[in-house]
Design a protein around this ligand. Structure first.
Ligand code: FAD
Length: 397
């Protein structure tokens, strides 16, 4: 028997601003089992997380800007930002379908045909389809244009052969946003094509990899003569690079828009919990200036996100500007995680009250922050993008 039966979601308050409604809904529906500021003997299960995200969408807090015709809520980016600030302020678990909601969805809206929009988009929001992102390969990470996975025309569509790696969530996904090439590897950015590949096709072999935090989210995905139909090609062949760079700039700029506010709430949690105990307070004291610096960085990050949102509302393309928040957030969050870990590591044995939960959270944040300067493009790659595409500087020899 499931020890954590699904809980009926409470209705959304009818009145109030999007922020007030989000706050009220989260206060009723974000259970202890799901809260990331509590230590859990057993983590929330996939079905608990799916149930929560389904309810979040039904309440109006996911698919906020997507058209109503495709299951979205038809609101603007300002409302999206307003709602995401509240999601960031609360200890909400990270989405298990962030690739679907934040990368695949926007790309399908941009380059998909009507049939693809009608079939893929609602399934993402109702959590029927979880998506993964099949871009990186053993020889193509930072240098994505070196990817070798081949898509060859065949009688029944496209024949895919190759290997992807670091594919987060592949073993629990129903679809993969796959980048493959129609020509040879030396053609680099040319001849790349994007697919929405069903993960249950014959010839797909998914192998999980255990990461430093004990999670088995990462996977290697092998494609052996996998036949993908034309209907699952997103955009035209040869448009894959343009679509992929668009995916990456979305990933850097607006993906997890809530994270600057989450960062602030993690900092506030650290300070508030340490204040409840004289020993923890004195351990924290020498870090006062470093914590003040973190608070400043949080403000800068919130400003960066808000500026980008205003630029998007004004109809500007994000382009390389997505590198600013990605770079700044990942570096600042890693610095904070280190300070947080140093503080909780000095707690004497037997601390109680809110301190064990804080210690577990800071350990989780520290481990996950190690990857933040790698995924969605490493720090060095963001610096290269800013140097080349914003400052118009040549690469150092
Ligand atoms: C938690 C996590 C989740 C991920 N999820 C996914 C996913 O779902 N789907 C997916 O496709 N990929 C995913 N990735 C892979 C990620 O995109 C790659 O790890 C990343 O692009 C770096 O590629 P790489 O690992 O091959 O490292 P490399 O590209 O080999 O880089 C190694 C080091 O060399 C540096 N370097 C490389 N090129 C340059 C250069 N030109 N100038 C200066 N320095 C350079 C890098 O900055 C890095 O420090 C994930 C990674 C992580 C950590």
């Amino acid at each position: 028997m499931n020890p954590h039966p699904a809980r009926q979601a409470s209705p959304v308050p009818a009145a109030g601003s999007p922020a007030a409604r989000t706050r009220a809904w989260l206060a009723d529906n974000l259970t202890d089992r799901l809260r990331t500021d509590r230590a859990h003997d057993t983590p929330a299960t996939l079905s608990e997380l799916i149930g929560f995200e389904k309810a979040l969408h039904e309440a109006g807090f996911a698919g906020i800007t997507w058209p109503k015709a495709y299951g979205g809520h038809g609101l603007g980016l300002r409302e999206h930002l307003e709602i995401n600030r509240e999601i960031g302020r609360a200890p909400v678990p990270n989405s298990v379908n962030s690739i679907g909601k934040e990368l695949a969805g926007p790309i399908i809206l941009a380059v998909g045909n009507d049939r693809q929009k009608e079939s893929f988009l609602p399934a993402i929001l109702t959590m029927k389809h979880i998506w993964c992102q099949g871009f990186s390969e053993p020889g193509a990470g930072s240098d994505l244009a070196a990817l070798r996975t081949r898509a060859q025309r065949s009688q029944d569509g496209w024949r895919i052969n190759g290997q992807k790696i670091w594919t987060s969530g592949a073993s629990k996904s129903q679809r993969c946003l796959l980048l493959a090439r129609t020509g040879t590897a030396d053609e680099r950015h040319k001849g790349l094509v994007l697919f929405a590949v069903p993960m249950d096709l014959p010839g797909i072999d998914v192998r999980e990899i255990t990461s430093i935090d004990g999670q088995r989210s990462f996977c290697e995905v092998f494609f052996n003569d996998v036949i993908v139909s034309d209907a699952d090609m997103l955009g035209a062949p040869d448009e894959g690079w343009a679509a992929a760079t668009r995916v990456l700039s979305i990933e850097r700029a607006t993906n997890r828009m809530y994270r600057s506010w989450r960062f602030q709430s993690e900092l506030e949690h650290l300070i508030a919990a340490c204040r409840t105990d004289a020993r923890a307070r004195s351990i924290m004291q020498p870090y006062a200036r470093q914590l003040a610096q973190v608070r400043i960085e949080v403000e800068i990050l919130k400003g960066l996100v808000e500026t980008l949102v205003e630029r998007l509302i004004a109809g500007e393309e994000i382009g390389p500007n997505g590198s600013f928040p990605k770079l700044y957030w990942s570096e600042a969050h890693q610095r904070f995680a280190r300070i947080g870990l140093e503080i909780v590591a000095q707690f004497p044995p037997g601390v109680d009250g809110p301190l064990p939960d804080l210690r577990a959270r800071m350990q989780d944040i520290y481990l996950s922050s190690r990857a933040e300067t790698i995924y969605a493009g490493t720090t060095e790659i963001q610096l290269d993008i800013i140097a080349k595409r914003i400052l118009n500087l040549k690469r150092a020899a």
